[in-house]
Design a binder for this molecule. Sequence first.
Ligand code: NAD
Ligand code: DAU
Length: 371
Amino acid sequence: SLHDALPIFHNCMKTYLVTGAAGFIGANYIKYILAKHDDIKVVILDALTYAGNLGTIAKDIDDERCFFVKGDICDRILADELFAKYKFDYVVNFAAESHVDRSIENPQLFLMTNILGTQNLLDAARRAWVTGKDESGYPTWRNGVRYHQVSTDEVYGSLGAEGFFTEKTPLCPHSPYSASKTSADMVVMAYHDTYKMPVTITRCSNNYGPYHFPEKLIPLVILNALDGKPLPVYGKGDQIRDWLYVEDHARALYTVVTTGVMGETYNIGGHNEKQNLEVVHTICDLLDEMVPKAGSYRDQITYVADRPGHDRRYAIDASKMSAELDWQPQETFESGIRKTVLWYLENQQWVGNVKSGAYQSWIEQNYGERA
Ligand code: NAD
Ligand code: DAU
């Protein structure tokens, strides 16, 4: 087995279960931790839904420290087998249905994966990690273990023109996606409060960067622009998102998973608030510079019907991360978006691979109805 073949590492070696790492952020996270740290083993559990792409992590799973398992986070038997076999120290749960527009079409799938999948992982961890009971009857836990839930700023709902989401902002989700992520967070905290389970949660703002699936605004606009297709802007394009380069998120997650205080939630964000239209204009202007054509890519902008229940503004206060864990974003939006556009230009093969038949039919369904 891969385990037998592993080289001997020094004593502090940690074994990670990372779910959903064939997707955008999980893949960037495992690349980050494998590059930065020798003393880890990583087992990836991913169902390879439409959003998961093995090509994204092909090189990583060639690494003898990293092992891929195709499977569903809702599968109890598989989860128990993996915990028994690999004796995980850390679980980092990225696996989720992640696209708000899809959640409006098929809410149940989101509730199943995002809530029940999380609960299944928590239970598997509980069965594997509990060592006994303390004098008050609470479970005792194996030393050094942690369950980390990758959550989102969308659990806080929507802001007006002023203010920021802090970790104390009441949870107020609006979409089936954000409602499912909120429920999952509450289940994670229930396991902490009820079983004293060692858990942490992070809530991050909108990510962008390499390997972002082209159903999401930034990669969709880059690729549609290059293909000469319409650039769909929902409503007036005046909604605001707070953008963070994905590697900054990966580093923040590494910091929380290794040093975050158990039972705590940490907001992650880069103070890069932009209106959607401004983001689309920036991408068009970069493409005008990098891949000039007659006219501007801005000419392809098309206003389409708004997203139902569309949250107007997200903005994260990440001062707890900087004050308590000394994390700061390193990338500005200007440098990050330039890198991202270049990455898509240079990785057309990856782009071709993710544009499967299933993805094409989603695009037709979603934008066919909106136009
Ligand atoms: P993604 O859609 O790109 O990837 C999700 C991955 O999970 C895919 O590889 C998919 O195959 C896998 N998956 C889905 N259902 C599964 C199941 N039942 N069992 C096992 N694997 C399954 O998502 P992403 O953008 O990388 O987001 C990752 C996590 O980060 C999610 O939990 C999301 O809520 C959260 N998040 C995303 C953002 C963002 O801007 N994209 C921001 C904050 C938080
Ligand atoms: O805030 C974190 C969240 O960011 C994550 O939890 C989600 O998983 C992730 O998908 C993302 O959600 P958004 O809904 O903000 O991302 P999306 O890229 O779908 O849309 C960004 C904004 O752009 C949003 O206001 C809707 C708008 N939009 C989106 C698409 C796909 C458009 O105007 N046109 C589009 O075609």
